[in-house]
Each structure stands twice: as C-alpha cells, then as structure tokens.
Design a binder for this molecule. Sequence first.
Ligand code: ME8
Length: 519
Amino acid sequence: MPSAMPAYITTPIYYVNDRPHIGHAYTTTVCDVWARAMRLRGEDVFFLTGTDEHGVKVEKSAAAKGVTPQALADENAAEFRRVLQVFGLSNDDFIRTTEPRHERQVQAFVKRLLDSGSVYLGTFEGWYDEGQEEYYTETKAKELDYKSPISGRPLARATEQNYYFRLSAFQERLERFFAENPGFVQPSARQNEVLGRLRDGLQDVPITRTNFTWGIPFPGDERHVIYVWIDALFNYVTALGLGEPGSELAKERAKYWPAQYHVIGKEILWFHAVIWPALLMALELPRPRRIHAHSFWIADGQKMSKSMGNFVDLPTIEGYFAKYGLDAWRWYMATQGPLQASDADFRAQHFHDTYTSELVNVVGNCPSRVTAMIGKYFEGRMPEDAQRGGEWPARCAQAADAWQRAIDELDLVAAANAPMALLRDVDAFINRTEPFKVAKDPARAGELASILAQCAEAVRIAGVMLEPFLPEKTAQLRAALGGGDAAMPFAKRTAWGGIAAGTALEKCALFPRVEAAKA
Ligand code: ME8
C-alpha cells in the first residue's frame, strides 16, 4: 500500500562553472537508488536534482571564456542533463536557478522575509573569501590567519552595505528543534558538529551582494543581488511551487513538501542544517525531515580537488561503463561509497575486485547455476515444489524486512546486503543439498524439484531487492525467470511463489568476468 506521506528526495544543485565528475555522479546515484527503492515499494516519489547557476564564480568563469554567464550556464546545465541520461538516473525534474519559475519565487520568498522583519539592511565590516563568496568577522578571520580555509588564498578586507537575514533570532528555536529531532542530521557525527557550532552562537548573515550582478535582483532594491546560497537553497521548494501557492505547479507538487531527505556532501552541511531550517522557520514552512551529509570520495588516498585536477572525471567514468557496465558502476557507488562518516578511496583495483567478488561470483553466478540445472534436469521449466518452499519463505520475508528498514534509513550498504546474503544462502544451500548428486537417483526426483524450485524462487526475490541498484541486469534476470509484473508493489513481488510451476526459464549470465585492471 502506498503510504499517505509522499517521498521527496533531493541532491544538491550543482555549480555550472564545473564539469560533472564523480562527486556529482555519486550523490545523484545515491538518491536514484533510494528513489527507485521507494517507487518499488509503491510510494509516491519525487526526486529532484538540478544546477546552481548564479554567483561570482560563474560570472568570472564566463568572462574568462569570453561568453555571457547565461551562455556558460546553458552549456553546462545541458551537459549535466546529458550526463544524467547517460547514467540512467530517474529524477522527476531538473531545476535550474536561472529559470523564471525559480527566480520569481525566490523574490517572493525574500520579499516575505523582508516584510516580516526577518531581513533588514545593515553594514558589514570584516573579511571576504572571494572563492567561497563568504564573509568572516574579524575574530573568525583572525582564527583563519586571514586565509581562505578552502583555497588558502588571502581574505580581502570588506566594508559593505547588505541585506541581512536575522539568523541570531533563531538560536533558541533551532536548539529546541535539534533537541526534538535528534536524527535530523545523519550520520550522527555530523549532527554533533552542527550542535557544537550552534553552541558558539549565531550571527546574522548577509544575504545580498553588490560587487557583481550575476544573480537574482533583490526585490525593491536592484543594486543588490541575492546571495547565491540563499537563491540555491530555495530550489528545494521552488521546484514544488511553494512560492506561488495556488499555481498549477503547487497544485501538483506542494504535497511533496517537507522533503524526506536532502542528500548533500559534508562541506555544505551548515547551510542545510542551520540556515535552511531557520529560513523555513521565518517563512513558517515545515522543515525537511532529514539532512544526510555524506563524506568524500578521495582518489588513491589523496583528496580530489579542482586545483589538483585529480577528480575522477566523466571520460574516466565512461571508461568504467565500457569495461564493466553501468550497473557495475552504480553498485560500486552505492555499496563502496562515502555515505557515512568516513571518506572512501576510489581505486581501480578495488573496483575490479568488488565487481568480481560480488557481481560476477554472487549476483551473476548464483542465478546462472540455478537456471542451468533447471535447464538440464527439467527442460528449462520451473519444477513443482511439493514442500512449498520449506524454510525459504520465512528466510525471504526476513530479507525483505531488513531491506525495507535499511531503505528507510538510507543505509544502502545494508539494503544491498539483504539480497546478497540471500543469494549466498542459496549458494550454500546448493552446496549442502548437492542437487547434481540428487539428480543421479531417479527415486529422488521430487527432492530435486523442490531444491531447484526453492533456489529459483529465492533468486527471483533477491532480484527484486536488487532492482534499485542494478536496474538493467535485474530486468534481464526477471525476463530469464519468466517475467512477472514489475509494476506490482514490493510486498507482492517479494511474496513467496511468484514463479508458477511449468514456467519456461532461461539460462542467464548477468556479469561476465573481466580481466583485471592494469596497475
Ligand atoms: O556545492 N565526493 O555545488 P557543487 C563525494 N551549488 N561527493 C562530492 C565530492 C566528492 N569528492 N565532490 C563533490 C555546490 N561532491 C552548491 C550546492 S545546494 C542548495 C547548492 C558532491 O557543484 C557532494 O554532493 O560544488 C557535494 O555536496 C556536491 O557535489 C557539491 O557540488
């Protein structure tokens, strides 16, 4: 049964001054696996991604290329869109912050903040990190030795009149909110960081800029443009039409708010865990249910960075697709990635070993063994199981339960492990019952039929749970096991007895062995 609460999941919106790389692919794939899993459960899912197109960085990159910021944004947004297609990602919309629907609503929200007194005009004296477009007070700048914590470049002295968001007024409400929602930020190590910084006390934040023009004009004072981060955070609600209640967009999509998950990298946690909830409080809108801040992919033990130029880039990723297939890439992202509190090292050899030990040796080999034996001993027809599954129905139900609980927690490793453990159990069952020996004794034909029917059915059920991770290969597996209605809800699809006796089954080979990567 679809639950009454729709499921909304978002990625960060990506800067268009950069080409898509493993980091973008990663977060979007994590969200895609979750979105597919929730659809499989029959939930009403909305999965959003998009591009963050304003700000001084885009303005500067465009100037360096001799094109307008809009032209640069158009080109790179198109590239991000193309990449999503190549990756087979199933997002329901792609929002761009230069779209009129977004700009109009951001202005409407900022106007509301101004009218309610949450935004005011003030003067700032302090330090500015140009690369990050971030301002620091004297105290903070001193702590940083007057250098950007990100790029290491010197901070610039700045005096500016700006509009400010009264963040300080939300100190107590935020503290209460965190106390009442202990799981708001995941993993918990990240929540502790936020709480620590919150205890230092909140200061009002400037939310406009006057030193460049590539941004959304501040309503009523067009010398100012809205700070790119404020503009960007609102994408999560402008895509749903929340800034224009009563609009067609809102009628269709307002039901998706609040988001169940904002999935982000840990470097942008403060904006999502503190500034965003405070903005929503000021607007009297519900807060998202969870912020999941994952860690980073690093490469061969080193931080990937734009300046080092060692990001696993698109051509490299496409090389993996060519060699191992798209599903193998998704599997590595989802099961070996930095979803929790530690970084994950991307290594070609590790990719290869994971492919071989999990996809070739288990997900590929187990169905191949089972369908081959059914081919050999039962002319490729699903045998009749007089034991009605024996202990397997309970074992499969337990795996499906574990899978569901893991998906609720965005624990993709545990969600992948549920069907993997099932397949390993099937392998162990085959090794223990030795159907190839049983087959030699005609008196044991019934036993043989039960063993293989149980294996085939357990494999089918594991396949359902693997669908969000391996959409292409599990479609092949489904076809080999006689098809079945992929649109049925998860509970029905994982119930025992989906393959009727007599159904024609085909031998399937899902993951070919691939030669080891060169060091
Ligand atoms: O920050 N490992 O955009 P962005 C894993 N526009 N994930 C990584 C990664 C890595 N090494 N590097 C990047 C922005 N990411 C803003 C966001 S949201 C309202 C505005 C992923 O293009 C990760 O999700 O720099 C990170 O948060 C995001 O890319 C940053 O993308």
